[in-house]
Design a protein around this ligand. Structure first.
Ligand SMILES: *[C@@H]1O[C@H](CO)[C@@H](O)[C@H](O)[C@H]1NC(C)=O
Ligand SMILES: *[C@@H]1O[C@H](CO)[C@@H](O)[C@H](O)[C@H]1NC(C)=O
Length: 167
């Protein structure tokens, strides 16, 4: 019985996907007081490139958090895709707020916070389990707009409520 409980606890922890590491991206996330906090790092991002996370299973309806570097300055944008391709909407007020943001020696680091259940500018409740897609370094167009990603984004099934803030 005890072994069974321990095994279950171990499996729950192993299945609680609270971090991601691939394609020069290292990210982790926690929840607390209705807020989702994501630490995101891309250790190989050039000027005039972007990287980021897209929430959802279909390119026709993804909420995106984009970390881009323009004129060697890091910027956080949020938006929405409605078709296969770059986001068709960029929010005038970012829905995920940067708590920290830096870019140095090709390393972008950010901490962003968003309500777990976003209501504005769009409804997107991430309380359940959903697909998160991690987008590796990809180019910005010469006019600064977001170009198509160069590597297929890596999907991960994430249940953020399984990742409570510790301590
Ligand atoms: C999450 O990422 C941040 C920033 O990279 C790091 O300082 C922290 O140790 C990480 N937390 C866990 C639990 O991995
Ligand atoms: C988001 O989804 C969770 C779980 O399904 C639910 O409990 C919560 O009320 C939802 N939040 C809103 C604002 O609808």
């Amino acid at each position: 019985m005890l072994n069974f409980l321990l095994l279950n606890a171990f499996i729950s922890l192993a299945l609680a996907q609270c971090s991601f590491s691939s394609d020069n991206i290292v990210a982790n996330w926690t929840t607390s007081n209705g807020q989702l906090t994501i630490n995101f790092m891309n250790s190989k991002l050039s000027n005039q490139q972007y990287t980021g996370i897209a929430f959802g299973a279909s390119m026709t309806n993804l909420e995106v958090i984009v970390f881009e570097v323009k004129n060697n300055k890091p910027i956080v944008l949020t938006g929405q895709t409605t078709a296969h391709g770059p986001p068709t909407t960029i929010d005038s007020i970012t829905s995920s707020k940067a708590q920290t943001l830096s870019y140095k020696n090709g390393i972008l680091m950010a901490t962003v916070t968003r309500p777990i259940s976003l209501i504005s500018p769009r409804n997107n409740n991430l309380s359940g389990c959903s697909q998160w897609n991690f987008v590796a370094a990809s180019p910005l167009n010469s006019d600064g707009s977001i170009s198509k990603h160069t590597i297929q984004p890596k999907p991960m099934n994430v249940c953020p409520l399984n990742c409570p803030m510790m301590g």
